[in-house]
Design a protein around this ligand. Structure first.
Ligand SMILES: Cc1cc2nc3c(=O)[nH]c(=O)nc-3n(C[C@H](O)[C@H](O)[C@H](O)COP(=O)(O)OP(=O)(O)OC[C@H]3O[C@@H](n4cnc5c(N)ncnc54)[C@H](O)[C@@H]3O)c2cc1C
Length: 533
């Protein structure tokens, strides 16, 4: 089999001509192409007069050595690296392993453990995805906030109503396996090869539900409305959990609590689980007209009309510090990324149709330990959480205390003057015009303003044209890390505790969290025999 790269196909060519373009690269007749499979598909928009899809494909041809020679470096022999779970280890488990948190990290860890016969128990503080979908709809329409069931807590974790972008910097068999599991669980096959795979928040609930059903069919159990309240440790070894619904004995806890379980992180810190500060991102979310973004990115050619709404990534240097875009949602909605009563922060999502007239994206800077200490929040491991929380609380209060989002014209933010009229926004609960710098730390507001101007320059004035800012965008990443052994993947200092995913500080996104969960499940498998009930 050959891997053929850089197969360039102009946008607008019928899909069934793809193999012909591949044949041209290999200089063989189209009939010689067999078992054609797309490995990767991306879009090259550098030349607005000729937009091209760029494919990598795996194919069989009758005379491989000759095709390799003719392809002039654009084909290589291909042997796919396959995912292989480890052989089960020798240690005995008296009780099933427990996974705390049914986000992408926890669900994928549970899936792998269930598949290998470990009968994992998943506990999740929130509700099932069906009830949760109803709860967030009620909230969006102005209903009261539910600390148990919201955009961050509940089955599927923060991933469920996320944008569903499945991009991930990791590559290799573990990542491929995660994407295969997601595609198989009511995802879609194209996520296996798209350079920017996207499911959308409308599809994710079905994926999450299918994953749960598979875990249960393979011997796992899931408890909703069940919150970890205390980790029980004896002589440096996990021995069980106290939860809101009772006691669970276990010597293996896979901890996938996400970055917003501030109460649980505080409890773990108090009982002596090693936790350290981690730099994190802070900023605002920009909203622009999607049509403008698409025109800047794709141009106005007939080819551009065939593509859906465009996205972008931005990265500029304001002085020595980077200001960058984060979680860009084409044709999307700003939503409240809130898990605690009395705090406010934004994030974004889109559905698979990208139907909203707005584009939105986080615009953030990195906050380090010195920035946090300089702002008076101290040096301890939880200082970053207090820093985030203080900004979120202030934003909540300044916007009137009803989860309305602070909003400001981007130009007003740069000119340091409050917005007085009511700009448009996709945010569902209503917005409150103000000056976002009233709740952002001064140095962060200054960096963001400088960065936005540089971005605008890159887009010849189109980036800020008609753009608004909402925020704070405070939870783009986790402000703590749980140090762990790189091979055994256990917490350093607490035997049997496997911190995973974004909340542990080892992931930043759906797929990276899921891969992290899968890898820790492999570490558990390599150590213990399967647990049989
Ligand atoms: C609005 C939004 C949009 C996003 N868009 C994208 C995107 O497009 N692409 C992308 O890759 N990433 C996106 N992300 C980020 C992504 O969702 C997270 O990186 C990912 O969900 C992290 O997975 P996780 O399993 O580590 O944690 P989480 O998904 O946060 O899951 C943690 C789970 O643990 C549960 N939990 C917490 N404490 C306890 C406890 N004490 N007891 C029991 N259960 C507990 C929580 O209820 C939650 O369900 C988005 C996030 C948000 C909020």
């Amino acid at each position: 089999m050959l891997k053929v790269t850089n197969i360039r196909v102009p946008v607008g060519e019928p899909a069934d001509r793809l193999a012909d373009f591949c044949a041209r690269v290999l200089k063989v007749p189209p009939t010689a192409i067999q078992n054609f499979r797309i490995l990767r598909k991306s879009l090259d928009i550098r030349n607005k007069g000729r937009l091209e899809h760029v494919y990598t494909a795996a194919v069989d041809v009758p005379d491989e050595p000759r095709a390799l020679q003719k392809a002039a470096g654009r084909a290589i022999p291909y042997q796919p690296a396959l995912f292989e779970p480890p052989n089960p280890g020798p240690e005995l488990l008296e009780h099933p392993p427990i996974i705390v948190g049914a986000g992408p990290a926890g669900l994928l860890a549970a899936h792998q453990l269930a598949q290998m016969g470990y009968c994992p128990i998943v506990i999740e503080r929130g509700r099932s995805v069906r009830e949760r979908s109803r709860d967030v709809r009620i909230f969006d329409r102005g209903g009261s906030f539910d600390e148990k069931s919201n955009y961050l807590f509940g089955e599927g974790g923060a991933g469920t109503f996320s944008d569903g972008k499945l991009t991930c910097r990791n590559t290799g068999p573990d990542t491929d396996r995660v994407l295969e599991i997601l595609a198989d669980a009511k995802g879609k096959p194209s996520i296996l090869y798209e350079a920017k795979p996207h499911l959308g928040s409308n599809r994710l609930p079905a994926v999450v539900k299918a994953l749960r059903q598979q875990i249960i069919e393979m011997g796992g159990t899931i408890h909703f409305d069940c919150r970890l309240e205390k980790l029980l440790v004896e002589s440096g070894q996990v021995v069980g959990l106290e939860t809101s619904t009772g006691y669970f004995p276990t010597r293996v806890v896979v901890l996938g609590i996400g970055h917003s379980a501030r109460d649980t992180i505080a409890m773990l810190n108090e009982i002596g689980v090693p936790i350290e500060f981690k730099p994190f991102q802070m900023g605002v979310r920009i909203e622009q007209a999607q049509q403008r973004v698409t025109q800047v990115q794709y141009g106005k050619s007939w080819q551009a009309q065939l593509l859906g709404p465009a996205d972008y990534t931005m990265n500029v240097k304001a002085g020595t510090q980077e200001v960058f875009s984060f979680c860009m949602c084409a044709g999307g909605y700003v939503m409240p990324s809130v898990s605690q009563e009395g705090y406010f922060c934004t994030n974004g999502m889109s559905r698979s149709f990208h139907e909203s007239p707005f584009a939105n994206s986080g615009i953030v800077v990195t906050v380090d330990a010195a920035n946090v200490a300089d702002s008076g929040f101290g040096h301890d491991p939880l200082a970053g959480i207090r820093y985030q929380a203080a900004i979120e609380k202030k934003a909540f209060e300044l916007a009137g205390g009803d989860y309305h989002s602070p909003i400001q014209w981007a130009r007003d933010f740069i000119d340091a003057k409050p917005t007085r009229d009511q700009p448009p926004s996709s945010y569902p609960r209503g917005t409150k015009p103000m000056n976002l710098a009233d709740f952002l730390p001064g140095p962060i507001a200054k960096l963001l303003a400088d960065g936005l101007l540089l971005m605008d320059r890159q887009w010849s004035g189109e980036f800020l044209e008609g753009a608004t800012l909402v925020g704070p965008e405070a939870r783009g990443s986790c402000p703590v890390r749980f140090p762990r052994d790189p091979v055994r993947r256990e917490s350093i200092g607490i035997g049997g505790l496997y911190p995973i995913g974004e909340g542990a500080g080892y992931a930043g996104g759906i797929v990276s969290a899921a891969v992290d969960g899968l890898r820790s499940a492999k570490a558990v498998i390599a150590r213990y025999k399967p647990f049989h009930r």
